[in-house]
Design a protein around this ligand. Structure first.
Ligand code: CP
Length: 313
């Protein structure tokens, strides 16, 4: 296929072929990071600005490295030290940065819809690096890439996304992507954090992790996001962990080849015990490694690349 999109704003808008095309392009870029010279000239002369208005470790560094490995010039912008503190709006900020000759804006913002709104107002390509509780498309792509690289398929797998589904952009993007690729998807957590409306999009809603344990192929454990909860939705963190945390005892009842994913940052002892987070079924650091290849693929494709960049020396 030929890639035609200028922006990556969410997984909802992508079709199955587009998702697979990004994953396949990322396979080619994964090898670049194993070379002694970890660079290809695919985006030489292009300028990428990472506009981050929310805290980030993995996504920001991953986009920075991805752009650098494609030979683009990469600038990092942090909302906390910018003129937004003096009242400048997101759009004015982005337009001023764009006036310096920017090709791609990578945006993380606390407002759902911020990336879509920005894409309508600038000439540059926009990549959504997480917008409020809406979508985090590159996180879902790297999650799916990681599952596919180990299980060799997505179709027919039973994937449980566990935790604070209501506030999770990671969950929303995963639901879209996994369903489009034929997985059977479960949203698992307390009823206060799992909207039953998800059933309308074909996601199974379940309020007991223990009931599902033996049949699940992949557990994607979400962080409890206290910063997005405007009132207490959990009796206590200890109670949440007792009912929905993955620990050694639960892993012994799960399939021996079940995978454990987490987008990070982890609340150790809440969503996962350390023995699970660091155990043999955890692929959490594989996710981080794969995120780099996935983001290289996204930056490359929206810049007009069509394949073969990883083999260009
Ligand atoms: N998974 C994720 O988005 O992590 P960061 O918030 O550290 O970027």
């Amino acid at each position: 296929m030929e890639w035609t999109r200028k922006h990556l704003l969410g997984i909802e808008e992508l079709d199955r072929e587009e998702i697979l095309f990004i994953l396949d392009t990322a396979e080619g870029f994964k090898e670049v990071s194993t070379r002694s010279v970890k660079k290809v000239p695919a985006l030489r002369g292009k300028v990428i600005v990472n506009l981050f208005f929310e805290a980030s470790t993995r996504t920001r560094i991953s986009f920075e490295l991805a752009g650098t490995r494609l030979s683009a010039d990469v600038i990092n912008f942090s909302g906390g030290t910018s003129s937004t503190q003096k009242g400048e709006s997101l759009v004015d900020t982005a337009r001023n940065i764009e006036a310096m000759g920017v090709d791609i804006l990578v945006l993380r913002h606390s407002s759902a819809g911020a990336a879509v709104a920005l894409a309508r107002m600038v000439r540059a390509s926009v990549v959504n690096a997480g917008d409020g509780s809406h979508e985090h498309p590159t996180q879902a792509l790297l999650d799916i890439f990681t599952i596919r690289s180990i299980k060799k398929r997505i179709e027919g797998l039973k994937v449980a996304v566990v935790g604070d589904i209501s506030h999770s952009r990671v969950a929303r993007s995963n639901f879209w992507g996994l369903q489009k690729l034929g997985a059977e998807v479960y949203a698992v957590g307390p009823s206060t954090l799992v909207p039953t409306a998800l059933e309308k999009m074909g996601v199974h809603v379940c309020n007991s992790l223990d009931d599902l344990l033996p049949e699940i192929d992949v557990f994607n454990m979400l962080r409890i996001q206290t910063e997005r909860q405007d009132h207490a939705l959990l009796p206590s963190i200890r109670e949440y962990s007792r009912l929905f945390g993955l620990n050694g005892e639960r892993m012994r009842r799960a399939k021996p080849d079940a995978l454990v994913l987490h987008p990070g940052p982890i609340n150790r002892g809440v969503e996962l015990t350390p023995e699970v987070a660091d155990g043999s079924q955890s692929v959490i650091l594989n996710q981080v490694t794969n995120g780099l290849a996935v983001r290289m693929a996204v930056l490359y494709l929206i810049s007009g690349g069509s394949g073969g960049a990883a083999s260009t020396h």
